[in-house]
Write a protein that binds this ligand. Structure first.
Ligand SMILES: [Zn+2]
Length: 323
């Protein structure tokens, strides 16, 4: 009897060890939903993160997700919006994947006054998790479009929420976050537009996501260089994978973005984003591009987000498939 229970205990112990290992061996899948299959194009921001537990997160749908009916979306549980600018929330979008060309995408379908993010959230019954003052805006838009306002969830600086098994926190982004008056409409929207004034929805944000396999990912959003990329994103959260905006003019350029990665965040690898250029041809980075400059300047592996190509990352931030 004693021997039997010992054998049983050892067997259960081994099973638990194997299961723990399996949980940590599970990878996070990242799939870019860009303007052209297999390329990295000027408007590309949207990424789908899939947790090993199956939860699917859409980050910054922008203009390259062809509305809620884009067949590439599949199930979406959570939508993240770094800030309200049209190329991130999606004031307009392409008619279907691959509309137009890489250099000149066709984003002629208006998503105003809702945004691509809200239209997708309503259709998919997804939760929108934002920081700053954006949750009230999204709750109002969800309500106005037949969605559930309670699906707009707050994660303000320093706090976090766990949704679908993924811990979501927001961090500082040094940018702006004016709300286009076309989202407001009516007399007030018109007056604001005439005066050149945007609506106030708080600061722009970045995100730190902690997936169920332990992988910590920093999503820079549009930002300049901030000391918090050192003290908070690396120092506290210890992000191992970064999605870094490199497009210059509106956000860090390739040189500044490389400094952020090499000296401040220091992740194991980085996905370039927001290049605002036709960075690839046939899936190959083109000479003279900002993306090429970033790849050269960064001291860790740079993964170029080719639309539709799924990359898999382990809990250390290393790409283990699809890169
Ligand atoms: Zn912006």
């Amino acid at each position: 009897m004693k021997t039997n229970s010992l054998v049983w205990t050892v067997a259960v112990g081994c099973m638990a060890a194997v299961m723990t290992q399996a949980a940590f061996a599970a990878n996070v899948k990242v799939t870019p939903l860009g303007g052209q299959d297999g390329e990295f194009c000027p408007q590309d921001r949207a990424l789908i993160f899939e947790d090993p537990n199956g939860a699917r997160i859409l980050f910054d749908p922008g203009r390259t997700v062809a509305g809620a009916n884009d067949p590439r979306l599949g199930k979406i549980d959570i939508i993240l919006v770094s800030h309200m600018h049209g190329d991130h929330a999606g004031n307009a979008h392409n008619k279907e994947p691959n509309s137009g060309s890489c250099a000149s995408p066709d984003t002629s379908v208006s998503a105003m006054p809702n945004s691509n993010a809200v239209n997708i959230a309503v259709a998919k019954k997804a939760k929108i998790v934002t920081g700053s003052e954006m949750p009230a805006f999204f709750a109002s838009k969800l309500k106005a479009n037949g969605g559930n306002p309670a699906d707009s969830i707050l994660a303000r600086f320093g706090g976090s929420v766990k949704v679908g098994g993924v811990t979501i926190a927001t961090v500082t982004a040094l940018h702006s976050n004016g709300l286009d008056p076309d989202y407001i409409g009516g007399e007030m929207g018109k007056n604001m537009k005439d005066a050149g004034i945007a609506g106030y929805v708080g600061e722009a944000t970045g995100y730190v996501l902690t997936f169920s396999n332990g992988l910590v990912v920093y999503l820079s959003g549009d930002t300049g260089i901030t000391s918090e990329q050192d003290r908070v994103v690396r120092g506290h959260y210890k992000a191992k994978l970064a999605v870094m905006n490199i497009g210059d003019n509106f956000t860090t350029g390739p040189t500044e973005a490389a400094y952020v990665i090499n000296d401040l965040v220091q992740p194991a690898s980085v996905i370039a984003s927001h290049a605002n250029e036709a960075a690839t041809k046939g899936g190959k980075v083109q000479p003279g591009t900002k993306t090429e400059a970033f790849v050269r300047a960064a001291k860790v592996p740079v993964h170029v987000p080719l639309s539709g190509k799924t990359m898999e990352f382990d809990n250390t931030g290393k790409c283990v498939a699809g890169c």
